[in-house]
Each structure stands twice: as structure tokens, then as C-alpha cells.
Design a protein around this ligand. Sequence first.
Ligand SMILES: Nc1nc2c(c(=O)[nH]1)N[C@H]1C(S)=C(S)[C@@H](COP(=O)(O)OP(=O)(O)OC[C@H]3O[C@@H](n4cnc5c(=O)[nH]c(N)nc54)[C@H](O)[C@@H]3O)O[C@H]1N2
Ligand SMILES: Nc1nc2c(c(=O)[nH]1)N[C@H]1C(S)=C(S)[C@@H](COP(=O)(O)OP(=O)(O)OC[C@H]3O[C@@H](n4cnc5c(=O)[nH]c(N)nc54)[C@H](O)[C@@H]3O)O[C@H]1N2
Ligand code: SF4
Ligand SMILES: [Mo]
Length: 764
Amino acid sequence: MTETTESSDGTVHEAPRAPEWQQTACILCECNCGIEVQLEGRTLSRIRGDKAHPASEGYTCNKAMRLDHYQNGTRRLTSPLRRRDDGTYEEIGWDDAVAEIASGYQRIAGEHGGESIFYYGGGGQGNHLGGAYSGAFLKALGSRYRSSALAQEKTGEAWVDSQIYGGHTRGEFEHAEVSVFVGKNPWMSQSFPRARVVLREIAKDPERSMIVIDPVETDTAKLADFHLRVRPGTDAWCLAALAATLVQEDLTDGDFLVDHVNGSEPVLAALAAVPITDYAERSGVEEGLIRAAARRIAAADSTAVFEDLGIQQGPDSTLCSYLNKMLWILTGSFAKPGGQHMHSWMAPLMRPGRPGRTPVTGAPVIGGLTPCNVIPDEILSDHPDRFRAMIVESSNPAHSLADSERMREAFARLELLVVIDVAMTETARLADYVLPAATQFEKPEATFFNLEFPRNTFHLRHPLLEPPEGTLPEPEIWARLVRALEVVDDAVVERLRAAAEEGRSAYAHALGEATGSDPSLVRVLPFLLYETLGPTLPEGLQGAAALWGLSQRVAMTYPDAMRRAGHADGDALFDAILAGRSGVTFTLDEYEDDWSYVTHPDGRFALAIPELLEDLRGLEGRSPGYTDEQFPIVLSAGERRAYTANDIIRDPSWRKRDGDGALRVSGADAERYGLTDGGRAVITTARGSAEATVEVSDLMQPGHVSLPNGYGVDFRDESGVTVAPGVAPNALTSSDWRDPYAGTPWHKHVPARIEPAGPVAAGA
Ligand SMILES: Nc1nc2c(c(=O)[nH]1)N[C@H]1C(S)=C(S)[C@@H](COP(=O)(O)OP(=O)(O)OC[C@H]3O[C@@H](n4cnc5c(=O)[nH]c(N)nc54)[C@H](O)[C@@H]3O)O[C@H]1N2
Ligand SMILES: Nc1nc2c(c(=O)[nH]1)N[C@H]1C(S)=C(S)[C@@H](COP(=O)(O)OP(=O)(O)OC[C@H]3O[C@@H](n4cnc5c(=O)[nH]c(N)nc54)[C@H](O)[C@@H]3O)O[C@H]1N2
Ligand code: SF4
Ligand SMILES: [Mo]
């Protein structure tokens, strides 16, 4: 590429032109920081933070710089694949693949009902647009059950949220006087905008404080004013003692409770009865530290709390979700700067409403999601309503769900499994058909991780590259599948296309008329938008059509906040989304607006959850701990580290260090079990056994070891050799090891034993 310039004396120069910076986002965690990328051919050669991004403002962490390993690290599939009887795959054309897949699911829906078709995934950390189109195909078939990784982490909290105030909350850490992180290590795992900058600011500011509850001395804990270094799995006792201190030392915000909260009496009574000294001891935290942390929260103008996998994937997870919310509710830290907030959504990540039940095991379906841990039971059964077929989109459940071996057994039992992915994953290798998708830099993409308050942002990313021959973006894949079902009359499509050509208001009118006269069209709305509005959108953005519908929803649901953000109506918002390369603010709230998000008819919190109060009272008669002589230590299976990013990047050379994903062990345990730093250990759980490289680390407390997430995915290197460095954590986890309310796994608390790897194991 060259650029011609003319100097003042008239000479013409030819010089290489620097590639232009194009705006997109990092796809490795839910923050989706805005980035700018320079391409050299198809290589993402230079990457930097995008200062114009309204949430990340130029911030990135170390991982964004390695994104070319996602785009170019893995050999791409260039054609749909069909499994032969001998288990090998043959390439087939898209037309055949689509026809066979659509008729396969149609047959199964005909024989067993559409409800026997189960959908998993729909988007990872960077891509939710594909999943937005899946509903049309699934609903047309009558499929009802679905799940995603959210049902192995967030459903317990969602169940608590739905009862107390009816929706999701987020802390405003940028401005909170006290920030509390419970089983959350944001220095490594991020999860809120500009996390490291904000954490450093808090640590430096003598007027603000940070409380971290974590058994490990994480990078976040090192910055904390109060590190409540609990014994693994004892958070319920620690959190009960913290909340009880607020009550017993009379530190609650009585006015807030009277004005805004129902059902506080039984909660206050239960907390008044907590033996703080005893519970502090059981959790391994000094009583004085717990009391001091509670007093700091009570003295603050604002407190924001973030709970994450350390409790969500551990014992008593739902009770812990309940108890940590007491820290900001009992102190009235809601609807004010720096507090906890409910917020708008571009599209809710979970479906509201009461939990249903799964067909075979009767497990709770929270937020519309089947608990991940019961999926194998819902397949490996003779129950007439079992799941018989599955579609997996943008997820790798054969690796990321508990007990991979049992997942594989379940997948093998399915009559039809289709996987839509960019790579040949552990799950794809079990599929009857694999459909190769365009990567997230080859199509319009976006996520619905829009969780901020008062300023909530949404980013539609434009494609940087053309998809390679043979791959398709998911919206097109889903559209082809729906077309093959022949459920939408061509005349309807033609009419809507003509209206879309006329303009948005003609289109809105025609769409209203079409769905009014045939309400069944609502089921396939994303398909209709893609097929009819899509072609009128700017080049390359057909896949953004569904956002028109979501923009109208925003306009109806949050009209004032949307107008404050500068959008006159839903069409204006949609146009701003299409035009903005770095993302847009779609709602701007005022602090009082928090209350309008509470969904209870009286607009108040409902604090008493009888089952959980019973569990709180029951803590006294139980002692923490699930280890025994056979499995004396606790394994946290799946810690976030500097070079982990779920299963998104398969090429292990993306990691600058920790190539093996070390097993972190305290000095005391290393000595006790005869392990050495850099040596090899065998780790064994009730479910399985694996060999790992040891890192002796005094960040760990005795009796607690940890393995990172995202390791053990296989990768064929340039010489054709397949490698899979590190331990696949779910070779060691069991699907029955889970929360009784939400069915979420206890990945962070797996009883285990460790021993030095013998010469045989070391050579294996
Ligand atoms: N680098 C990186 N960042 C990521 C991801 C990634 O893969 N890599 N994944 C993203 C995703 S999908 C998610 S869900 C988030 C998760 O983000 P986090 O939840 O912050 O990540 P984890 O490291 O899994 O777990 C958090 C902490 O729980 C602690 N813990 C273990 N046992 C206990 C316990 O008994 N009690 C308490 N209180 N804490 C305990 C661990 O020591 C750890 O510091 O990260 C996101 N960000
Ligand atoms: N033991 C243990 N297990 C865990 C965890 C743990 O801490 N411990 N953490 C859990 C958590 S919190 C999470 S979120 C899950 C994450 O696990 P998964 O739900 O499996 O999600 P990802 O790792 O994000 O999977 C991304 C998949 O999407 C594919 N992909 C990437 N881009 C595209 C695209 O544009 N289109 C399509 N169709 N596919 C694409 C990738 O190739 C990869 O196969 O893991 C969970 N599993
Ligand atoms: S991994 Fe997360 S925090 Fe880091 S750059 Fe990517 S989106 Fe931002
Ligand atoms: Mo996650």
C-alpha cells in the first residue's frame, strides 16, 4: 500500500501508507474494551485502546494485544462438515448441510416434540448477535429449553435478585467510597470498565476503602484495606458475621429500611442471633477484622459490592449471594452515587419470571436457563421427555461444563448434534455436523453485557475483514436454516422488503400489520428483520438488523433515559448505533431512576427469602468443610490469570508465561506432600486425575490449591502435532457437585489430593 504526496516544490513522493486504525473491541472478557486495530493483510498487526470508546476510554489489559492469536492462530474450517459412520468428517456444501440439518430437527420435533431439542450457548465474551437470531429457528421448531455458561455461575444470584428487587444490580466502583469484592479478583478477571485503573485509584485514595473476601492473596487482595482471607468454602459464616455486625452494633440505615424495604424484620432477627465470634473463627478470619470492615461499610456514604465465581461456584453459593447483598441493602447504598444500581438493558441476558422445571430431573430453570450440571441427566435417561437433540453455538461445553467425560457420553447419545463454531473444538469433534462461522472480526458483532449505571453503553462493531470462503456469519446461518423450514410465506417477506425500501416508518407500520394479522410471525421476528430490514442497512451490516427491534424496545422501556443520552426515538438510537464505530451511550439515568427498575408493584425491596433465612439459621449447627482423609485439600478448578480467556483462544503460543497452567500450592503443602517448584504433581479428585506442573506460592493458604481455567484445549501446531498444554479443569469436576437451589457447580471447591508425579506418570 502506498500513498502519493506532493511537496510544495511540486515533486511527487510515493511512500508506504500506514494502515488505517479501525475501531472494534476486545472479545476476551465481558468488558469488551474498545480497541483500534491496524491490519497487515489478514493479520491484526497493531492493537491499541480506543480512547473514543464511551466505557473503556482507551483502557485495555495485557490480553487485548494478543488477539491475532484468536483471529489467525487456529486453522480455519472452510466448509461445513458431516460426520461419517466411522467418526471421521467429510466436507459438504452449505446447501446440503442446511437442508439435512433442518430436516433432521424437523423429524425429531415431529417424532418427539420440539421440546426435545436443546440449545446451548449463543455467545461468549464478545459475541451475542448470532444468538439473537437463533430464537427464530428454535421457536419455529417448538424448542423451549436452553442454557449457557450463565447457568454455571450467575443463576443463583439471579434467583436472589429476582426475589429482592426483580433484576440485576451492578456496583459503581468508579465512585464507591467502599468497594467490596467477594470471591472476585478484578485485577485479573476485570469485569467492570477500566478495572485496574479504578482499583489503583481506590488503593491510593485515603478516603476510600477496598474490602476483599478471598482465601488467596490475589493481586486485588494486595491492594485491599481489608483482606478477609477466609478458609475456602466458609464465606457463608464470614458474610453472616459481617452482616450481623451491622445489626448487632446498630449500624444499619433504619430510614432506608422503613422507607424502601419490606420484610426486614425476620432478616434483622436472624442476624441479631448470629454468634459473631464463633462464625469469625469458623471462617478463619479474625473477629476484629470482620467488625472493622463492617464498621467501615457503615461509615461510608456509598458501598458497592461485586460477587463472583469464588462464591458463585462454591458451597452455599445462593446463601452467600443473599448475605453479601445485606452489606449494601442494610446500609441503604442504593440509588445514590457510588452505590449499587439496577440498570437498563439493550437486551436482558436472562429471562425474568418464576423458575420453571426441567423435564427429566425437575431442576429449576432460572432466568430461562437449564442448570448446566443437569444437562447430562436430561439426556442420559429413558424419560420420554428427555433431550434428544442439541444445537451448540459459540461455546465448548464438552470442555467447559463439569465432568467432561460424562458430557461426552451424553453428547454421544443425542440423535442430532450440530455445532456452530470458528474452530474444531472438543465439542465440535462430537457433532454430527459442524458449521464454520466467520470470526468476530469478520462480521458485525456486539454483546449485551451492557450493565452500567448511570451511563450505559452499547457497541456495534463493524467487520474488519471479509470472512474466508466457506464460512458464514451466524445471522446468515440461522436465516438459511429458517428458510429451509419454510415457515414464512414469501409474500410476507416481499411485502416487508418493499416497505423497508420506503423507509423506517413504512417498515414499522408494515411489520405491525404483518404480525397483527399473523401473530405466529412474532416467533420468527429476528429472521424477518434480517431478511427484510437487513438488506437496506449499510454494506456489511445486515447482521445488525435485530438491533432495530431492540432499539425500539429501549425507546419503549426507558424513554427518558434514552432521550437524555441524546436519542430522540428508537430509530434515532438505531441509526446512532449503526453509525458509531466506538460505541454509543444508549441510556443516561438519574440516581432516582434506580427505583424505577425495581419490578415489584410497590416499588420496594422484599428482603425476606424464607428458605435462605432458614439456611442462615442453620449455619450454627453445621461446620464448614467437605474434605476428608482421602481428599484432604480443596482444589479451585478454574482460576482467572494473566493468560487465560475461557476457551476463546486455542493457540497456546498466545501466552507469554504460565504455558502449562501451573497448579499453585502453598509452601506448607509442598513440603507436606513432597512437591517442588517446577516439578510435576498428580492431582486426584473423586472424578478423575491429572498431572500438572507445580508452582509453590505463598499466595495460597495451606490446604488450598488452584488450577487455571481455559487450559487443556487441543491445538494442532504447524508441524501437525496436536498439543493440549495444561489441565482441562473439568476432567476433575463432577456434575452432582452443585448448589441445591440453582444447580450451579462448585468448581472452586473440589476436594482433592496431590502427590508427586511418579516416573511412569511423568513419562506418560
Ligand atoms: N484473565 C481472564 N479474565 C476473565 C476470564 C478469563 O478466562 N481470564 N473469564 C471471564 C469470566 S467468563 C468470568 S465469569 C469472570 C470470573 O472472574 P472471577 O470470579 O474474579 O475469577 P476466578 O479467578 O475464577 O475466581 C475469583 C476468586 O475466587 C477465589 N476463591 C476461590 N475459592 C474461594 C472461596 O471459597 N471463597 C472466596 N471468597 N473466594 C474464593 C479465587 O481465589 C479467585 O481469586 O472472569 C472474566 N474475566
Ligand atoms: N472447571 C471450571 N469450568 C468452568 C469455569 C471455571 O472457572 N472452572 N468457568 C465457567 C465460566 S464462568 C464460563 S463463562 C465458561 C466459558 O465456557 P464456554 O461457555 O464454553 O465459552 P467460551 O470459552 O467463551 O467458548 C467460546 C467458544 O466460542 C468459539 N467462538 C469464538 N468466536 C466465535 C464466533 O464468532 N462464532 C462462533 N460460533 N463461535 C465462536 C470458540 O472457538 C470457543 O469454542 O466456562 C465455565 N467452565
Ligand atoms: S480481556 Fe477484558 S479487560 Fe482485557 S482488554 Fe479484553 S475486554 Fe478489556
Ligand atoms: Mo463466566
